[in-house]
Design a protein around this ligand. Sequence first.
Ligand code: FAD
Ligand code: THG
Length: 826
Amino acid sequence: METSANTVIIGAGIVGCAVAEHLARLGRTDVVVLDQGPLFKTGGSTSHAPGLMFQTNASKSTTALASYSVRHYSELELDGEPCFYDVGSVEVAATPERWNDLKRKRGLASSWGLEAHLITPEECAEKSPLLDHHNVYGGLYVPSDGIAKAIRACEAMARRAEAEGVRFQGETEVLDIEAERGRVRAVETDRGRIETNTVLSCAGMWGPRIMRMAGIETPLLTPMQHQFAWTGPLEELAGTTSESDHVMLRHQDHSMYFRQRGEGYGIGSYRHRAMPISSDDIPRYADAERMPSMMEFTPEDFEGPWREAVRMLPALEGAEFDSTMNGLFSFTPDGGPLLGESRRVKGFWSAEAVWITHGAGVGRVMAEWLVKGAPSIDVSGADVNRFEAHARSPEYVVSRSSQSFSEVYDVIHPQQPIESPRPLRTSPFYPRQQGLGAYFLEASGWERPQWYEANLPSSEEEMAPRPGEWAARYWSPAIPVEHRATRESVAMFDMTALKTAEVWGPGALDYLQKLCTNELDKPVGKVVYTLMLDVNAGIRSDITVARTGEESFQLGINGPRDVVWLEKHLPADGTVQVRDTTSGTCCVGVWGPHARDLVQSISPDDLSNESFGFFNCRHVYVGEVPVLALRVSYVGELGWELYTTADLGLRLWDRLWEAGQPYGIVAGGRGAFNGLRLEKGYRSYGGDMTTEHDPYEAGLGFAVKLDKGEFVGREALMNRFAEGPRRRLAPLTVDDGEVVMGGEPVWSGDCAVGYVTSAAYGYSLGQSIAYAWLPPELAEPGTGLAVEYFDERHPATVAEEPMFDPEMKRMRGSSSKSPRPLTKAG
Ligand code: FAD
Ligand code: THG
């Protein structure tokens, strides 16, 4: 037994083995992989996974992890036996709604570079001979999907790792993790102690136990039971000797999937009650009747699914079961994995809640992250540090994980809010918003108005073009009204959900300079738009930095990951502090040509352009309310973000509302906000750009000052600059006015050349806008392309940006006189 190692991996399931192989490839070989069970049928989820790999996913990164995994398993073999069968997959549609959704999914597949076809019911039955095609409207065929032999793949990857010096040790249980002053020191096992400074938990559903050993009490994932059955031989398949010839089937309308195995079939179902259990109740290997991750089958939960299975595949009628199980695997509050280093304990990493489908991809990104400092695929949606404080509560984790289990195969609209727990976080303006008929969506737990019913147009004539059914799910004719009011008069937006952090201390400026791309050494009262990069020069966030004092800054950031990133880079000497200030504060954005007149009418401070210029910040009063005012505008209009403490929020709202009446002020929601920012070309982090993109490609080179001195990502960025852009983010107009949503493929002739990131109708421009990533040569203004939406191609043209107010006349608002106030209508 080893007594020390550079890295200790806990768990030799698909994830642990994949990370070990990829670490070895990158030259980190002083690695020990421990498992409590025997190698490689350890008793974890991998030991009995039927191995279906469907790659298509709404998320580009998730699809990329799957596609890499398919390639990787295809290359592996164990003693001449393959680890992957490329049988292809068909997802069938049993309802017109699902058929329509398959059209959208086909588009997603093209966007992410996967070949996929819509096929007829007869073609479905050709590929899946047991299927009764009368039950389906058609299917989505993905030829490169297939079946992984998971245990074989584990052993094959482990052998490759062992060849480089990695050591695997089965039947060794980790009992404790020693940490000293917030740093990992050693792992305690039932066979002795291993000193190490890096522990990676790949313990799957045992993750919460391992986290607790490291002193992290919050569970974040919940083991859930999931029913799976293998049939005995079927008459129709008698004599089959191969592992699998039929495509895999997905029957999402009943949350089921099917695969052939020799003469029999395997049937999985998510169509049953959520059956969460605690990590502590998973039986020990020695005590388990079959395997720790196999619970007793509950036949009553399988009755309905089995009837449906027989209806779809009549050959199953009368089949005997070879084996049945309520298998266990991990679910998280949002269904995504948990990847990354703990914010509390340095050197303690996780890679959990990962499917076989993404196992090798996760192995690769974790190895890159550990060895090189950043993964090459954007995994922000899987970051273990993505959760807000409430989302780490045990109650939230269990109830949302149960929800994500039952929705695993649902048609989920990209804007669809969670149903419970709500309301959870409300801004102080909430009662007023309810009074105005706010339609709330949910963002990071916040109730956030999408529009206000109070703004519905009174007459039919005012109706703007209505998007199609899908894009209009969370749209209202109030949105164009709010849009126009912002451009023509003035509107107020609740910006409380925008995450803010305070950074202060004698070392604050130097510290921020090292994390940010733009020059921050500006006088007190200046605001700077800047980027934070990872070591690969990928964009980690775009933020605003307001210098509120010599040694203090207020940051406008994009989420919990930013806070953790900031904390992680704090100097050890204690000269800088950082604090998430979002909770307990609030913010109203007041924007539009009348914004200055309005705010000035209730402020004793001089708000003229000469005294309070664009991208400046000051502490001023609005009525009785002390606010920090930032003269910035994501919607591209004159005005301010006004920040104050939560206790004074309602008063601030009421004073602005009252003073705004002569100007016809309206409250604006997120729907209008999104269209306004797209007209102006302002990027939204996570949607428009991620760590996969560098600032130049994203059109944000103006926020980089390469010569300002050292900052994270600078070296890689200089290389990126020299190499030139690999692609570009550019606006398209969809020329027939169709409004799309994001994720749609962009075609040039018969080639899928890019994909839409975010889209909206621009009511001031009178055009449908879609931002898209494109090859540089196709990103020139005027280039004719097409956007695919529900299997139809819509002509689109690359536009010059910014499309709206390119001279910045509105935001800079230099004319001190704005147009005369409107008198309130009616
Ligand atoms: P595991 O395989 O569970 O490995 C974790 C390891 O950690 C275990 O070997 C365990 O022994 C070890 N360990 C835990 N605690 C300790 C400790 N204290 N000391 C030492 N070792 C420890 N996914 C798909 O992609 N496609 C499918 O078709 C599919 N079908 C599924 C069907 C069923 C019925 C189930 C239950 C799951 C299915 N999955 C499928 C999900 C998939 O099986 C899992 O997501 C995946 O196997 C998880 O791999 P892992 O390496 O994270 O975890
Ligand atoms: N407000 C504040 N902070 C934020 C946002 C915000 N941080 C996160 C996110 N939103 C950052 N995004 C932007 C995007 C564009 C602008 C501001 C924040 C912006 N850009 C000017 C432009 O490109 O024309 C910058 C001009 C300049 O650099 O001088 O205003 O909404 N507080």
